[in-house]
Design a protein around this ligand. Structure first.
Ligand code: HC0
Ligand code: SF4
Length: 569
């Protein structure tokens, strides 16, 4: 341990702690912009400068160690003026059109500039607007980049993808797409983690909200919205709602207020996915022993990564569509039939914590129900929250409403899809019942929960031993695949979610700079599961009805046609 003095207060911290973390331990606020604990500790932004007695230069607190006997000052005039000058420098080459910036009100640069009393800029550099493919789901605005390098580190170190890099030389050095390639030609998985880790508005999603507003305004169009499992754990955060207040039923009320015709729950089709994927797993175990593992395919970020980095594994992906896509296909077939609506007049919207879903809905093969896309638009939670605000909807003034019939009923198994390990646990609950004819305790498979990047477990399903693994975050997935390819690990079934913590930590979720909320949001889903009267997908009465009335049984011809896909198509 080392003991140092910060602004006259003594504080003791473990050796090798940074001065910044020591300040935080002492309750001393130091502003930061580029710092991301454990991932980006490079002192690039120079906003966390402090004065250390005996050292002439001010030092960056994030990448200098706290030493025994050190005397640190964080609020001296020198420190304040240097921080302010450094922020003025950043702003001089930043597009400061805050009023039309998607991060206004949630931007660390804006906050730091306001906190430091920056009210005018002594100088400004001419900005050259750089072109970007505005059709791509991920938008980058180079004029808002502050060169913090977080996106490079997150993409490379956490997600093993390397889309971003330093480009150009000397004074022209900037952040850009590796090798200067067009973004659509890179291996971007569209996990969106660079967006949620960007401190400013340099990275954002393509905004598709106007398409939804237009559909709502069209009297000939029936707008059907599905809400993904992980949305309920986060949608209320920017709207000042607690987790208890921000229920899926209150969100349904907001959507109805906006003019949406039907509000359903993707958790319903998560239950449907389990019926198909669980049956697929058991069929594969029986028919192709030794040809496994089978990978989940419900995360389009993971599917994009798999296709780009591991084409040898594509045939091991489950052919089951993601719940979102299954929902779209069911909406424009079974639901359209039941409700007597022309499927071509249905506008199908999914609200997802995800960026990759924006590309998934555009895959040409995802149009099985009536030839139109099964899902017309995929919105992130951030876009949803913007729609709620733009529609002048005040959730606090609304009463909860029930989700609509017949696709609004779901089980706890469907809800936990949004947290790492949840898809696997839900699949095992049902696979066990199919294999043994008996129900296991709903918590019997909880060994695959938790925040470890790579988890494994083995279970007996009616005499068949099944080895399973769960990875979240593409860097962890990569390690797992390497182990499988090298023969160092053998599994029958593997869940991969691209985002850390699963969809609760998705790239389309509300942003809280410097905070990781995935674990806390995941707890919301596990708690909902514990409280649900039905916790196994096969117990969902509307799932039973949809098979009785429409699909016949899992993996039937109709189910294969509407609920499965060819990942090569
Ligand atoms: Fe997910 Fe899903 S759990 S991927 O994270 O499987 O986005 O929430 O909607 O489709 O259900 C995202 C979340 C979903 C799908 C479900 C799966
Ligand atoms: Fe999208 Fe979820 Fe996959 Fe992240 S983990 S890319 S949010 S589906």
């Amino acid at each position: 341990m080392v003991t140092l003095t910060i602004d006259g207060r003594e504080v003791t911290v473990p050796e090798h702690t940074s001065i910044l973390e020591a300040c935080r331990t002492a309750g001393v606020k130091v502003p930061t912009l580029c710092y991301l604990k454990g991932l980006n500790e490079i002192g690039a932004c120079r906003v966390c400068l402090v004065e250390v007695e005996g050292i002439d230069q001010l030092v960056a607190s994030c990448n200098n160690e706290a030493l025994d006997g050190m005397v640190v000052k964080t609020t001296s005039p020198r420190v304040r003026q240097a921080r302010k000058a450094n922020v003025e420098f950043l702003l001089s080459r930043h597009d400061t059109a805050c009023t039309s910036c998607v991060r206004s009100g949630n931007c660390s640069l804006q906050t730091v500039a306001n906190d430091l009393g920056v009210t005018s800029l002594p100088y400004k550099v001419d900005l050259t607007h750089r072109e970007w493919d505005m059709d791509f789901p991920l938008i980058r605005d180079a004029d808002k980049c502050i060169h913090c390098l977080r996106c490079i580190q997150v993409c490379d170190r956490m997600q093993n993808t390397g889309v971003w890099d330093l480009i150009n030389r000397s004074s022209h050095t900037a952040v850009g797409v590796t090798g200067g390639a067009p973004i659509s030609e890179t291996d971007c998985a569209l996990c969106g983690q660079c967006i949620t880790h960007c401190p400013v508005g340099a990275l954002r999603e393509r905004d598709d909200t106007e398409r939804v507003f237009d559909a709502i305004a069209d009297p000939d169009t029936t707008v059907v919205v599905q809400i993904a499992p992980a949305v309920r754990a986060a949608w209320g955060e920017p709207l000042g709602l607690s987790h208890d207040e921000a229920t899926v039923e209150l969100l349904a009320a907001c959507l109805k207020q906006l003019g949406v015709d039907y509000v359903f729950d993707t958790s319903f089709s998560a239950d449907l996915t389990i019926m198909e994927e669980g049956s697929e797993l058991l069929r594969n175990v029986a028919e192709h022993p030794g040809e496994l593992p089978m990978f989940t395919s419900c995360c389009p970020g993971w599917v994009r990564y798999c296709k780009a980095h591991h084409p040898e594994m594509v045939d091991h992906l489950s052919t089951s569509k993601s719940p979102g896509q299954m929902f779209g296909a069911v909406t424009k077939s079974y639901f359209a039939e039941q409700a007597g609506i022309d499927p071509h007049k249905i506008f199908s919207v999914e609200i997802m914590p995800c960026l990759a879903k924006k590309s998934e809905v555009d895959i040409p093969a995802m149009s099985d129900a009536c030839g139109d896309p099964d899902v017309d638009v995929s919105l992130t939670v951030r876009e949803l929250d913007r729609m709620i605000k733009a529609g002048m909807v005040v959730p606090q003034q609304l009463e909860e409403v029930e989700l609509d019939d017949p696709l609004g009923t779901y089980t706890g198994a469907g809800v936990i899809f949004g947290a790492t390990g949840g898809v696997m646990e839900a699949a095992l609950r049902t696979a066990h019942a199919i294999a043994t004819g008996r129900e296991a305790d709903a918590d019997a498979f909880k060994d695959v929960r938790g925040q470890d990047g790579w988890k494994e477990a083995a279970f007996d399903l009616g005499g068949t031993p099944v080895r399973v693994a769960v990875a979240h975050g593409l860097g962890n997935a990569e390690k797992l695949i390497q182990a499988v390819n090298n023969g160092d690990a053998t599994y029958d079934f593997i869940e991969v979610m691209a985002c850390p913590g699963g969809c609760v930590g998705g790239g389309g979720q509300p942003i809280h700079d410097g905070e990781e909320r995935a674990e806390e949001r995941g707890e919301v889903l596990w708690e909902l599961d514990r409280e649900m009267p039905l916790r196994r997908s096969h117990e969902n009465p509307q799932i039973k009805a949809v098979y009785d009335e429409f699909f016949g049984e899992p993996l039937s011809e109709k189910a294969e046609e509407l609920l499965h896909t060819d990942h090569h198509a």
